[in-house]
Design a protein around this ligand. Structure first.
Ligand SMILES: [Zn+2]
Length: 390
């Protein structure tokens, strides 16, 4: 993996992620990494319910290696968040090392200090971008995870590509002069995975390539000044997930959001600028999203960042200048995106899943366009929404 990149701009771009370890030998590898951090003492294990088996395997090995341990299997509920957070804080205060195993909910309970995350699924990759802690990537556990988790890891990459496009636009608009070579690296890693075909998606080459792409993208992302721009669509995908409900993963929604947004960009930008009234009715969007996602309007509105109308006019002007460039860029990656969708469909067929039945196109379009107002950063699709073009 490339952890630092000697760039043509004359700088060496360094990753903020120091302690990322990929392990091929499962729990055994986890133990040898724990030994690297602490020689003895108490280890707390915080795991989600679906990772309880993994946690108990780890417990047995900790015991065999002379560590004392505490285990908390966390029931993921929003109402119980505070209680869970307190429990984790108490455990972490009296242990030398705290290990987190599970998805976003589990990592949001982390309270700093001596932390270690074990990535056992591609649906659980948010700690990688954190950078302060130990992150262990258990390849064998990932290979054994449900295929929907693999699909989730694949899905996240398409919105990442969309964010790369927005990042370039932001840098151009702000004339920040940030070196954009890293963005091209992220883009080419993703595109080359999208263009690859595999006989099987269940295991072997595909999983290995997917894991290494996801990790490499995370490492490159940490080299950027504002890496969180590459998470700008998380809020949109989370809303889609809430609307669909059930056990769907955020990454699966990412694929829907990414593919939908690229299609919107391709068709709308081709038509040229529509002379319509703006700004769009953002409050109506917020109201609709509050109803669809079952949240208080106040909560949705608090996420909206106010953009001055002169700023909108300036951004619109800049984007208009680059409209042809953006269109031809999207055309240049279009075949790869179609390949990605074909691969994605195959993963789904192999898994016996059906995504298309979960949400109608009309509703999807409603949630996505309404959710754009909640994005923290600028995005081209959001600008088109503000301008009333979509
Ligand atoms: Zn550079």
């Amino acid at each position: 993996m490339i952890m630092k990149y000697e760039c043509e701009c004359g700088n060496v771009h360094r990753s903020k992620i120091d302690n990322l370890f990929v392990i091929d030998d499962g729990i055994k590898g986890v133990i040898s990494n724990i030994k690297r951090v602490i020689k003895a003492g108490t280890v707390s294990i915080i795991a989600s319910e679906d990772m309880s088996e993994y946690a108990s395997d780890l417990k047995v090995q900790l015991d065999a290696n002379g560590y004392t341990y505490k285990v908390a299997i966390i029931c993921e509920s929003e109402e119980g968040f505070r209680e869970n957070a307190e429990k984790v804080a108490d455990m972490s205060a009296v242990s030398e090392l705290t290990i987190y195993i599970g998805g976003e909910y589990i990592s949001s309970l982390a309270c700093g200090g001596h932390d270690m995350y074990i990535i056992t699924s591609l649906a659980f990759t948010s700690p990688i971008s954190d950078g302060n802690s130990y992150v262990l990537v258990d390849v064998s556990a990932i290979s054994k995870s449900p295929l929907s988790h693999v699909a989730s890891g694949y899905g996240k990459l398409i919105t990442k590509l969309l964010c790369v496009l927005d990042y370039r636009a932001i840098t151009t608009c702000e004339k920040s002069g940030e070196c954009l070579d890293i963005l091209s690296k992220i883009e080419s890693s993703i595109i080359s995975l999208f263009e690859s075909r595999y006989v099987y998606y269940r295991d072997g080459d595909f999983t290995r390539d997917l894991i290494s792409t996801v990790l490499q993208v995370a490492v490159y992302e940490s080299m950027l000044k504002s890496g969180d721009i590459l998470h700008n669509y998380d809020v949109v995908s989370n809303n889609v997930r809430t609307v669909i409900g059930g056990k769907i993963l955020v990454g699966e929604c990412d694929m829907l959001v990414g593919w939908y947004s690229f299609n919107v960009l391709k068709s709308v930008l081709n038509y040229g600028r529509a002379d319509l009234f703006y700004p769009a009715d953002i409050v109506a969007d917020a109201e609709r999203i509050a109803t669809l996602t079952n949240r208080k309007l106040k909560q949705v509105v608090s996420n909206i960042s106010i953009v001055k109308s002169c700023e909108v006019a300036r951004l619109t002007y800049v984007i208009d200048e680059y409209r042809d460039d953006i269109t031809s860029y999207i055309s240049s990656i279009w075949d790869s995106l179609i390949m990605a969708m074909k691969n994605y469909r195959r993963i789904y067929y192999d898994a016996g899943l059906a995504l298309s039945r979960s949400i109608s196109l009309e509703k999807l379009s409603d949630v996505i366009s309404g959710s754009l107002c909640e994005q923290k950063h600028f995005s081209i699709v959001k600008l088109l929404r503000i301008n009333g073009e979509i």
